[in-house]
Design a protein around this ligand. Structure first.
Ligand SMILES: *Cc1c(COP(=O)(O)O)cnc(C)c1O
Length: 385
């Protein structure tokens, strides 16, 4: 499916097309590909399905452009979009077999961690949570007990811990484990996990890929057209965890400005991190772009063109001050989620609930594309008042 990448990602994204010409067969010559709101497809008179399409639970032609674009950006053999990031992520785990061992990070997207601990374990997976961001931790864990699959999330929500994809990929190869990376926060523009040796990359397309907080969707891309990948493809068709065609079209539209949004968010996040580090109300700024950040050296190696639009701050006044600060912001909106054009602020421990590894003095900031000095001023007044 991947087209030879003759053009830079910016050009591919702006055109919404990996091949820039004839990205869809379209007899009306429309610039934008049509949306196919059809659940079913006509059978040929001789009882064949030469179009290759039967029913939209399995696939829909509207998916082709966003999927090809994602596959090309990720340098993947193939990609599929899903009804949500969770649908994409859990498709990987459900394609394993009961009894399989899995390694996952201690610091990761909370809903997926919960799923692994409940439905994942009920399904029969043996899940070990380890500090994948600590050098050598995955190698040691695989040596102690083999695993079928290692799951990484880097930078990891919401402490932005950075796991060394290339080093961990080597360990996975040595120990015959698959490597899957949740690259939602990095986006395909900052990190290419497959080129670093991962087998699969996952995105919550709800976040940066769509970028406008109006579509729930997910994506998986695979380095190879392997038997395991075909199992995932079959699982999507049979479980029906597909997006609606309108959402797929909206996702493609969102992706056309991905490079502009990500660049602005990264620049603002770095600038805010530097400014907030100097603020007397702030105890600590967690951001992979800061030289003082533990994972900075690895981030410099595996992240290009920026360190992402996500950062967290820990407040000197503890949980109470954190919650009050979030209550007083006006430009920053109090809401969960990330990667949209609007900046969001969240007291993360409140939403994660009991058992969270997130400190209760922490605020998670998703930096949008507003004027960055307004964003800083809004936080400063919220700290003070
Ligand atoms: C949001 C998110 C998910 C889940 O995606 P949904 O689209 O909400 O299902 C998974 N991983 C990360 C890092 C996320 O931010």
């Amino acid at each position: 499916m991947t087209q030879k990448k003759q053009f830079a990602p910016q050009s591919l994204l702006a055109q919404g097309s990996p091949c820039l010409q004839q990205h869809h067969t379209n007899d009306k010559q429309s610039l934008i590909p049509p949306v196919y709101n059809s659940t079913t497809y006509l059978r040929d008179e001789d009882n064949q399905y030469r179009s290759g399409r039967v029913y939209s639970r399995a696939d829909n032609p509207t998916y082709k452009a966003p999927e090809t674009l994602i596959a090309t950006l990720e340098e993947a053999a193939d990609a599929r979009i899903f009804s949500s990031g969770m649908a994409a992520a859990t498709a990987v785990f459900l394609a394993l077999k009961p009894g399989d061992h899995v390694i996952a990070p201690t610091i990761m997207y909370w809903a997926l961690r919960n799923w692994l601990r409940t439905f994942g374990q009920d399904f029969g997976l043996h899940v070990r949570f380890i500090d994948t961001h600590v050098e050598g931790a995955v190698e040691a864990a695989l040596t102690e007990q083999p695993a079928r699959l290692v799951w990484l999330e880097t930078p990891g929500n919401p402490l932005w811990t950075v796991s060394d994809i290339a080093a961990i990929a080597q360990s996975c190869k040595k120990h015959d484990a698959l490597l899957a990376v949740d690259s939602t926060v990095a986006t395909p523009l900052l990190t290419r996990p497959l080129s670093l040796g991962a087998n699969l990359v996952m995105h919550s397309a709800t976040k940066y890929l769509n970028g406008h907080s109006d579509v729930i969707s997910g994506a998986l891309a695979s380095a190879e057209d392997s038997a395991f990948w075909q199992r995932i493809v079959a699982l999507r068709a049979q479980n029906g965890c597909v997006p609606g065609p309108d959402d797929a079209a909206q996702l493609l539209r969102g992706m056309r400005t991905l490079h502009l949004r990500v660049r602005e968010s990264c620049e603002s996040a770095l600038w805010l991190a530097e400014q907030l580090q100097e603020n007397p109300h702030v105890a600590e700024v967690l951001y992979p772009g800061l030289p003082s950040f533990t994972g900075h050296e690895v981030a410099k190696r595996q992240m290009h063109n920026g360190f992402g639009g996500m950062l967290s701050i820990r407040l000197k006044g503890g949980a109470e001050q954190a919650i009050k600060t979030a209550a007083r912001t006006r430009l920053w909106k109090r809401a969960t989620s990330l990667g949209g054009v609007e900046s969001l602020i969240e007291h993360r421990a409140s939403i994660e609930g009991e058992g969270t590894p997130v400190p209760d003095d922490l605020l998670r900031l998703s930096v949008g594309i507003e004027y960055r000095e307004d964003l800083l001023r809004d936080l400063e007044q919220a700290f003070r008042s």
